[in-house]
Design a protein around this ligand. Structure first.
Ligand SMILES: NC(=O)C1=CN([C@@H]2O[C@H](COP(=O)(O)OP(=O)(O)OC[C@H]3O[C@@H](n4cnc5c(N)ncnc54)[C@H](O)[C@@H]3O)[C@@H](O)[C@H]2O)[C@@H](O)CC1
Ligand SMILES: [K+]
Length: 487
């Protein structure tokens, strides 16, 4: 598990460190990290460093300063460095003087900058960092577009410019980095907009002792593997937690089959199904005990309710029935819509061990969703008194007590029909096994995304589209992988 801190928190942590270190030392440390990664990229991409061409796009603030000092260091290693100053009058004076002294080339007009970018081996994006407001301005956009057109890789300094460091929301024009070097602490953009950052290298600039507890956590495979429920020698099919699935209908039996099967693949205890798709579930998964109603289902330790349920009175009654059990409940899809529609159902859910798993559209039915997905999820979880998993390329899981985790999916292959049904079955199985909702949501999101990558073949190559039933089928391999990582 690692933490992510807001730009504001990182700025506050920098202050005491700046006060006790010589002027410029922190920036030089950051720039050294940038130069090291740039040199490694040049070696990897071109086989060497001397004579290779690096263009530094330099903005008006300290991010530009990092770029200029990194340019100074690259010059010392024989790299041909061109700095394109986007605000010539405000370029970091000491960094600029250092680069000039090393006979770096300085360019102040966009036309010459574009020519330099066209011929570069690598571009450093030092346009703007944590001080960013909005997307790229026109001149910067022209230079960044030139790099994209000629396929020159961009190494982002701290954050990819034009992407909001706090929310990860890209402006109309923005950098899509091949890699990013950040300082002191990872920021939300690195996990909320991971595809725009590429692999992120974190450079230690001594902020550790000054940082508050992380407002956002990111799980790794070992965290998930360590918590995944597996039977011990004293276990039987009941002792590991039985999960009940109240999902699907005659119109949507697929949701029932996907969710129930995912649950069956996620823990080795028992899965019960209750609903009008009982025949289809039995046919697909003979090990699942299927009945027509929640009342007939028998004892379970958690319920999954919602996928393909319908939002009519019968659906509302099913949701009310499972909430009335007081057991942990995973509420997805139609169950989220029903929670939005009925204050009485929200009251039943508040304060209970409930995990709701909306996509953005469903989220908007229960709470306000702004560009700041982390803040929106945190507020909604606290207001509703439930744990909330907001789906998206980066999944956000927020508990009512304020804990938030983000899981950046490695790919976008989960954007396929039925994948949410699979997630609900996995998370429900984890709830039944006794994981608390925040961990159940985080572990399920992790394994779900891993299963999509395995199903798509994205772990061994560029991948191909994967239907939800193949995501479901890849769950076992994904679980094995996280269990292997648990150390
Ligand atoms: N405070 C420190 O000592 C350290 C700061 N560091 C660097 O400093 C950066 C933060 O520096 P600043 O606070 O000076 O802020 P930035 O350099 O991120 O940006 C501020 C400047 O950019 C301009 N700007 C804002 N939005 C823009 C946009 N969309 N397009 C173009 N220009 C825009 C603003 O007018 C302002 O002049 C970090 O991201 C990091 O790279 C590192 O050197 C580590 C140490
Ligand atoms: K940047």
């Amino acid at each position: 598990m690692y933490g992510v801190w807001t730009p504001e928190q990182v700025g506050a942590a920098e202050e005491p460190v700046l006060a006790r270190t010589p002027e410029g030392a922190l920036m030089r440390r950051a720039a050294h990290g940038v130069a090291q990664v740039a040199l490694a990229e040049l070696r990897r991409r071109t086989g060497g460093v001397a004579g290779r061409r690096v263009v530094v796009l330099v903005g008006a603030g300290n991010n530009g300063g990092d770029g200029l000092w990194a340019g100074d260091e690259l010059r010392r290693r024989g790299v041909a460095v061109t700095a394109v100053l986007l605000s010539p009058d405000r370029a970091h004076p000491a960094g600029l003087a250092a680069l000039r002294k090393q006979r770096g080339r300085i360019v102040t007009d966009v036309e010459h900058g574009v020519v330099a970018v066209d011929h570069a081996d690598l571009v450093l994006d030092a346009i703007v960092g944590t001080g960013a407001r909005g997307g790229l301005r026109p001149e910067a956009a022209t230079l960044v577009d030139a790099a994209r057109t000629t396929d020159v890789p961009i190494l982002a300094v701290d954050t990819p410019s034009g992407v909001d460091p706090l929310t990860g929301v890209p402006g109309e024009h923005h950098v899509r980095a091949a890699a990013t070097v950040t300082f002191g602490a990872r920021k939300p953009v690195h996990v909320l907009a991971a595809p725009l950052c590429g692999p992120v290298t974190l450079i230690d600039i001594g902020l550790g002792p000054e940082l508050p507890p992380a407002p956002v956590d990111v799980l790794d495979a070992a965290d998930v593997g360590a918590r995944w429920p597996v039977p011990g020698p004293g276990d039987d099919k009941y002792s590991q937690g039985v999960v009940g699935i109240a999902a699907g209908s005659r119109t949507y039996p697929g949701a029932a089959v996907l969710a129930s099967g995912a649950a069956a693949l996620s823990t080795s205890g028992m899965v019960r199904y209750a609903g009008s798709a009982a025949d289809e579930v039995r046919a697909a998964w003979p090990e699942i005990v299927a009945t027509d109603t929640v009342g007939e289902a028998g004892r379970v330790q958690a319920w999954v309710v919602g996928p393909g349920l319908g939002t009519d009175d019968a659906g509302a009654q099913t949701l009310a029935d499972v909430l009335d059990t007081g057991l942990p409940v995973l509420a997805d899809a139609d169950a989220v819509t029903l929670l939005g529609q009925h204050a009485g159902l929200r009251e039943k859910a508040a304060g209970a061990p409930v995990l709701i798993t909306p996509h953005a559209g469903e989220f908007a039915r229960v709470a306000e969703l702004t560009d700041d997905r982390v803040d929106s999820a945190r507020r909604a979880a606290a207001d509703l008194g439930v744990t909330l998993l907001l789906k998206g390329n980066a999944t956000v899981v927020a508990a009512p007590d304020g804990r938030v985790l983000v899981h950046p999916a490695g790919s976008a292959w989960l954007a396929t029909a039925g994948s949410g049904d699979v997630l609900s079955g996995v998370a429900g199985a984890l709830l039944a096994a006794g994981l608390e909702p925040w961990w159940a949501g985080g572990c399920a999101a992790f394994v779900h995304a891993r299963a999509a990558d395995i199903g798509a073949g994205a772990d061994i190559g560029p991948g191909s589209p994967v239907p939800a039933s193949h995501v479901q089928a890849a769950l076992s391999t994904a679980i094995r992988q996280v269990r292997e990582a648990r150390g």
